[in-house]
Design a protein around this ligand. Structure first.
Ligand SMILES: C[S@@+](CC[C@H](N)C(=O)[O-])C[C@H]1O[C@@H](n2cnc3c(N)ncnc32)[C@H](O)[C@@H]1O
Length: 249
């Protein structure tokens, strides 16, 4: 079976050993997101049972647990190494798994989080849909899925095809973005200080906007979908940083 780009099979895959350096977010952004999630939680009757789907090293989940904001929290991720980090930051329930196939019975959670562009990874849109269908299946009636996506409308309007990132060992990664059909593909080339180069697996994201992501959530069986930005303000395709879809079962 062919390997998929998001699997940590290769140390140079995007979610493998360099993950923390490549995808480091400013603490202010994480705190802003947690504050918005707290508002969503406050609208619930009880402290929710939360599934942090593709929760990684617990960037969000650990703060929710430490803040006593949740009744329980499970971090499910494909990457065992990131889950070990999550456990060290206070998440006792860190489970290795694929977000398309959840081993939980129906009705297990009140809130499912899918944060920081953890959607649109698969070869087919049908597999993306499976993630939403599984989230819906494991949620309690009245439960909520929070889907956090980039504002792709804005990214495409201000398309910058190349960027680079200096790593701690003084090598750098050069990213080149291109649009191929409905995919945003970012190739990654590592350039070492002696100028040797190594090609790394690319990042491949299926582009979803407010309409197509909302339609996918409705197709997955959610009864209502509301679009916000990351501060729970009205989503503006021309200016919002993030697209937050709050989907209700
Ligand atoms: C960009 S990170 C986001 C992590 C976390 N949600 C956050 O907000 O910091 C994407 C995560 O998805 C995980 N992942 C990728 N494919 C997955 C899959 N098929 N099933 C479960 N997790 C997956 C990666 O291991 C990585 O931790």
């Amino acid at each position: 079976m062919s390997r998929e780009w998001f699997e940590p099979y290769n140390p140079t895959s995007p979610f493998a050993s360099l993950y923390e350096e490549e995808f480091k977010l400013p603490l202010e952004r994480t705190l802003e997101e947690v504050a918005s999630i707290e508002k969503i939680i406050q609208s619930m009757d009880n402290k929710p049972r939360v599934l942090d789907l593709a929760g990684g090293f617990g960037r969000i989940g650990s703060l929710l647990v430490q803040g006593g904001l949740v009744g329980s929290l499970i971090d499910l991720d494909l990457n065992r190494r990131l889950l070990k980090v999550a456990q060290k930051s206070g998440i006792n329930n860190a489970i290795e798994g694929d977000m398309r196939y959840l081993g939980f019975t129906a009705d297990t959670f009140d809130l499912v989080l899918l944060m920081f562009t953890s959607f649109g990874y698969f070869v087919t849109p049908e597999d993306d849909l499976k993630v939403l269908q599984e989230a819906k299946r494991v949620l309690h009636l009245g439960g909520t899925l929070l889907l956090d996506l980039p504002n792709y409308d804005r990214i495409l309007q201000n398309f910058s095809p190349e960027r680079d990132l200096l790593l701690l060992d003084n090598s750098k990664i050069v990213y080149r973005k291109e649009l191929v059909g409905d995919l945003l593909i970012e190739t990654r080339t590592r350039i070492f200080s002696d100028m040797n180069q190594a090609q790394m697996p690319p990042i491949r994201l299926r582009i979803y906007n407010q309409k197509s992501a909302g339609d996918a959530c409705l197709r997955a069986g959610f009864s209502a979908v509301h679009a916000f930005d990351q501060n729970l303000q009205t989503y503006e395709p021309t200016s919002s940083n993030r697209l937050w879809l709050v989907c209700t079962v």
